[in-house]
Structure formats: structure tokens, C-alpha cells
Design a protein around this ligand. Structure first.
Ligand code: GUN
Length: 282
């Protein structure tokens, strides 16, 4: 069996088109959604992400506000900027690009963002709301994965899901979202015993470990849906956390890297910005 490819690039393009239409409708009411992106320092990967975010924000008709601060900026200065953005009615969403320089307290910075404007969904209140079934801003990458899974599988209820990775950005919120959709969820991590056997029981396998080709083809349950969150740069180019060639032989459907989950992240950021704008304007 050769797996169906899950085309995240096409799905994300469709989502952005729907967001653009809704943005145009808001603009007819005199409301233009605004997204502020803050980049501290000069991490090359972060610069690429921030540039793409700005471009796509403008492409769907929203206002993009970019703030670039030097790596040595005192934390108090970043917090003062966030306080200004929190109060700015033109700014509906605030994203502080991670990682931050080592002298900054990442949690303190994220928790300084008003939860309603936290389009990354990283604020502790949004994490708590998601975990307790309340209306939350949901982190973009797991939200994108969930959309692809629902599109492929429909109702996820009762499915066995294994999430490899326990980060606050992907693994934990992904598990919460799958649980909310009534999956039986296991979170695996570096201390998990017999990971291949665990994965072989998964109808849904989400890999978010950040290690190239970590998940092997013979770990995949025949017919399973495999979501590869990894974006790893190796000599031959970009690869995921899943050994794609091997996994493709067993899986029912799989996301490619690139062109799978990646494009969904920014599309979901724009979706969250639209949601934040709609909530701010009743
Ligand atoms: N760095 C890597 N991924 C992300 C993300 O989704 N949001 C932010 N703010 N920073 C990141």
C-alpha cells in the first residue's frame, strides 16, 4: 500500500482564501485585523519565519506591524513594547517570535501578552482554557494538524493517537486537541519505553521531536494517518521527523515535508488573528 499524500500546502491556500474573504467583509464594516510580530535578535530561521508571516498577513488583507529589536534589548523594554501593543486597538494579535535571547524569561514575556491577543495560544491562561474545555486561543501548529486530520478522517472519536514530543508549543496542545475530539491519546517522549511498539498501535501518529527521520516505516500501523511536524535541515535539504519513504509504504495517509504541516502554521496564525478580531468587535 502506498499512502495518500496530505496536501497541507493546498489546504492552507484554501484556508487563507477563506480568511481573505472574511477579512474583506470585516473591512466593509470599517474593521481591519492587525497582527503585530516581534522579533528579538537575528536568528536566521526566525527572520525567515517573520518575513513569511508579514507577507501572508498583508496578502489576506490584514495590517502587519513588525517590531525588530536587537538581541541585547533589556527584557523590560520588550515588556514595555508588549504593554503598548496590548493597549493598541489597531493590534488584534501579538506574536513574539521564539526562541528569545537567553537573558529573557520566555514565560514572563509570553504571559505579558493579553490572552485575547495571544494568537500563538502560548499564554498560560490559553493553555489552561484549552486543557479545561473553555474557549481558548489554540496554538497554530497543532490546530493546523487537527484540521488536516479532520479533513482526512472526519470524526476522530475513539481513535488511538500517539503524539511523539511533549513541548508546550506542539506536543501538549496537540494531545489536548485530540483528547477534545475523543481520541485515546498517548504522549511519548525521550524516556518512553519501546516506542516502536507504542507507535504500531496508533491510528493517528503525530511526530514532533525535531530529529530527522526518527520515526521508521516499520513503526507505522498499516493504514494509519501520519502527521509529520518536523522541519529538519540536513545536507540533502528539508526533511521531517518521519522516514517518509519507509512510512509511505505502510501508512494510509501522510503529510510530506515540505508541503504538509508547515504551510498550515501561518494559515492558522491568520485564522487566530481573525478570531481575535471578531471577538474584540463583538
Ligand atoms: N518559533 C517556532 N515556532 C514558533 C511559533 O509557532 N510561534 C512563535 N512565536 N515562535 C515560534
Amino acid at each position: 500500500m502506498t499512502a495518500t499524500l496530505i496536501d497541507g500546502k493546498a489546504f492552507a491556500a484554501g484556508l487563507r482564501a477563506r480568511i481573505a474573504a472574511q477579512t474583506a467583509a470585516l473591512k466593509d464594516r470599517g474593521i481591519t485585523p492587525g497582527l503585530a510580530v516581534v522579533l528579538v535578535g537575528e536568528d536566521p530561521a526566525s527572520q525567515v519565519y517573520v518575513r513569511s508571516k508579514g507577507r501572508m498577513t498583508v496578502e489576506v488583507g490584514m495590517n502587519s506591524y513588525e517590531h525588530r529589536l536587537p538581541a541585547e534589548t533589556p527584557e523590560a523594554e520588550l515588556l514595555a513594547l508588549i504593554a503598548r501593543l496590548n493597549e493598541d486597538p489597531a493590534v488584534n494579535g501579538i506574536l513574539v517570535q521564539l526562541p528569545l535571547p537567553a537573558h529573557m524569561d520566555e514565560a514572563a514575556v509570553i504571559n505579558a501578552i493579553r490572552p485575547e491577543k495571544d494568537v500563538d495560544g502560548f499564554h498560560v491562561l490559553n493553555a489552561g482554557r484549552l486543557a479545561t474545555g473553555q474557549k481558548a486561543m489554540v496554538p497554530c501548529t497543532p490546530l493546523g494538524c487537527l484540521m488536516l486530520l479532520r479533513d482526512r478522517l472526519g470524526d476522530l472519536s475513539g481513535k488511538s493517537a500517539v503524539v511523539i514530543g511533549r513541548s508546550n508549543i506542539v506536543g501538549k496542545p496537540m494531545a489536548q486537541l485530540l483528547l477534545r475530539d475523543s481520541c485515546t491519546v498517548t504522549i511519548a517522549h525521550s524516556r518512553t519505553q519501546d516506542l516502536p511498539a507504542l507507535c504500531r498501535g496508533a491510528d493517528i501518529l503525530v511526530a514532533a521531536v525535531g530529529r530527522p527521520h526518527f520515526v521508521k516505516g516499520d513503526w507505522i500501523k498499516p493504514g494509519a494517518t501520519v502527521i509529520d511536524v518536523g522541519i529538519n535541515r540536513i545536507d540533502s535539504g528539508l526533511v521531517g521527523d518521519v522516514d517518509f519513504a519507509g512510512a509511505r509504504q505502510a501508512a494510509g495517509a501522510i503529510t510530506p515535508v515540505p508541503g504538509g504541516v508547515g504551510p498550515m502554521t501561518i494559515a492558522c496564525l491568520l485564522a487566530n488573528t481573525l478570531t481575535a478580531t471578531a471577538r474584540a468587535n463583538g
